[in-house]
Ligand binder design. Sequence first.
Ligand SMILES: [Mn+2]
Length: 290
Amino acid sequence: MTAAPRICLTSGGDEIRLRSYVNHAVYAREHGLDYRLETGIDPHIVTKFDYKVSILRRLLPLYDWLVWLDDDAFFTDFEADNIVRLISEAERDGISVVIAEGPKEPNGFWSRINTGVMLLRNDETARAIVESTATADLSEVRRWWDDERDGLFTNGDQDQMWWTIQTGGHADRVRIVDHRQLNSRGHYYEDSLTDAFVMHFTGYPDKELGIARFADRFHIGQELVPEPLLDKYHVRVRSPLKGAARAWRERRVDTLAAAKYRLRPHKDRIRRAAGLLPRPVRSRLPFDLG
Ligand SMILES: [Mn+2]
């Protein structure tokens, strides 16, 4: 190997809705990565997940590695060099895509991969995977899908990518890592923000509030960036969800809808254990699980 690879960290969608761009930008600066916040508008959008895929298609050819983070995925360990380390291990081993497993959610959902965080090498294999993910026919993917084998069908890019990897002969060039390495969830954090590398806020009925509550739990601001780093990079607006706006959101989420959301999976699990329900089959998701 000669020079260090050119790595770009990117995120976005069709709107800027969360404080993650500050979190991502600070991590990128601390670890010498380029950073782009992108608006993925495109003539070819079909599902809300396609904004992401359109960004990947456009940016991957411009770098050696492209790192995607969903806008609801936040770094929690700013010292950890997982991005650079996983990329260097992938280059050593001839791997084109590094992605995390979709760990078990409190409601029992799981998936073989989660496309909320992805490391993509600018090579033929990864470009082919991105192209096929962008163009795969979702109804064909659904017909192929086996809930027992493949986990939750989300009706989007995650299913298209898993289908692509499995049916396109790419499995040996894709590395699936433990969720704590790249893309974890709140219930896997116990007493420290370093319990995992990235916290991905999937399944929250109000994501912004979910992030604020997680931040409170660890006595950190809503950017999930340590204060000395916010100072270092002159971040002026901090923890914007507060006061009456936050109180109203707290009340709204604590109403019946949220209670139902929390209780339903437990109810299902109990009924399934009692043999009253078959394996979970859901064609539509109750909330954004992307
Ligand atoms: Mn997400």
